[in-house]
Design a protein around this ligand. Structure first.
Ligand SMILES: [Zn+2]
Ligand SMILES: [Zn+2]
Length: 412
């Protein structure tokens, strides 16, 4: 039989096939439930949508009237292309040099297990019992926007009943020795632009073909993208501080038995873009740019903009958690990292987008924190891995965080 160690338990969790489009949620939820039971923690399963369970594990504090802590992670993963990986993406292979390869190793099954390991350590090694109640949530569908996961959870009576004062959610790896913490996400938009025009013979020159109109937009958008990227390259802004516009698909052509009808200029063409908007930018200006320049009527274009999730919080403010004295949780967090012997880098906006936005919307302070130092950022890439040595260090950090966040009974 395999040893029962934190690393083995992490590997077990990584082996569940949780990739979209058909994530297995029931097996990891059973596994996590049994882990929780082995630590003597309470479990609750909510189901806001059929076959999409949401697991809550609870460590009840001695003063449950204090606002509680929520440690959140998502159960699902993005797809992987096994033939392009050096180890199968759901085998959680550990190499001789201690790297554990798996889809989800960084995003974000690492934190899902670290939360549990931190509590296991606190409870059984240190004999610690919390004043404040701690909840761990495992939510479905983060990678597809969270509409049937975190969005419904945050809006539910069950969530209200948990009386959450502060949440930790996923962040991103740090390529140096400093830990990174994130106080905001970028908004995520899906933009589909469509051009139409008269079809024509492949040999003919004419104005306003669908392809020409679409390609003109692509050129304009590519220039805009370059402008934003140049700010980053010149060191004037971080990646997450500019607006990113990245093409994700193109669709056009008249199908034929051998592929596409090559002597036919098609009557329709479309392209899809993933756009990320920092909370410091004005979304209205960008919407105007789309109408005026990227998908203008006068070029026979239409568009569909999918804005995924909230833009402002309950007070009408951008979704950002304060990292100063106005937020008592900030000091606690900083102190926990330092006490664990860690160095914290300047708080950042996350380049990607997480379920934290639904909780920030409610005005609850939330930080993104995935404690991985000296680690290449591999989320959504081939050969995602996490080093075993890093895991061990992370348990330590998670542990400190758990012990410190519980102490400030002054925060009520
Ligand atoms: Zn994630
Ligand atoms: Zn992800």
């Amino acid at each position: 039989a395999e040893e029962d160690t934190p690393v083995n338990r992490f590997q077990n969790y990584l082996r569940f096939k949780t990739a979209h489009p058909n994530p297995d949620y029931s097996k990891p939820v059973s596994y996590l439930t049994s882990q929780a039971q082995s630590i003597g923690l309470k479990t609750t399963i909510l189901e806001f949508s059929p076959s999409k369970p949401l697991l809550i594990i609870t460590w009840v504090g001695s003063n449950p009237s204090l606002p509680s802590i929520l440690l959140n992670s998502h159960l699902d993963s993005v797809p992987a292309e096994p033939s392009k990986w050096i180890h199968p993406p759901f085998a959680a292979t550990k190499t001789e040099d201690g790297k554990i390869y798996a889809r989800g190793a960084q995003d974000d099954k690492c934190i899902g297990m670290q939360y549990l390991e931190a509590i296991r350590e606190l409870k059984f090694v240190q004999g610690y019992s919390p004043v404040r109640t701690v909840h761990i949530s495992y939510v479905p569908d983060e990678e597809i926007g969270g509409a049937n996961g975190a969005a419904k959870f945050a809006g539910s009576d069950e969530f209200k009943g948990l009386n959450i004062g502060f949440m930790l959610d996923e962040g991103q790896a740090s390529t140096n020795e400093k830990f990174r913490v994130f106080f905001a996400d970028r908004l995520v938009w899906g933009l589909i632009i469509k051009a139409s025009g008269m079809p024509g013979h492949g040999s003919r020159m004419f104005d306003n073909s669908a392809m020409e109109n679409l390609m003109k937009s692509v050129e304009i958008m590519t220039k805009y993208r370059e402008g934003q990227f140049d700010l980053v390259k010149a060191g004037l802004a971080m990646n997450s501080e500019v607006i990113s516009v990245n093409p994700v698909y193109m669709k056009a052509g008249t199908p034929s038995p051998t592929g596409y009808q090559m002597n036919m200029q098609p009557s329709e063409a479309e392209a899809g873009f993933n756009i990320r908007v920092p909370p410091t930018a004005d979304p209205e200006l960008l919407r105007k740019r789309i109408v005026d320049e990227w998908a203008p009527h006068y070029r026979n274009m239409t568009y569909e903009l999918r804005e995924d999730g909230p833009v402002k919080d309950h007070m009408g403010l951008p979704l950002m958690t304060a990292t100063d004295d106005t937020n008592p949780w900030w000091g606690v967090f900083k102190e926990a990292i330092v006490s664990a012997g860690g160095i914290l880098s300047k708080p950042e906006i996350l380049a990607s987008t997480t379920d934290a936005r639904y909780v920030r919307e409610l005005g609850i302070p939330t930080f993104g924190f995935s404690p991985m130092t000296n680690t290449p950022i591999l989320l959504h890439e081939h050969n995602e891995y996490l080093e075993e040595s890093n895991c061990a260090k992370n348990y330590q950090v998670a542990l400190w965080i758990s012990s410190h966040e519980i102490n400030p009974s002054a925060i009520t």
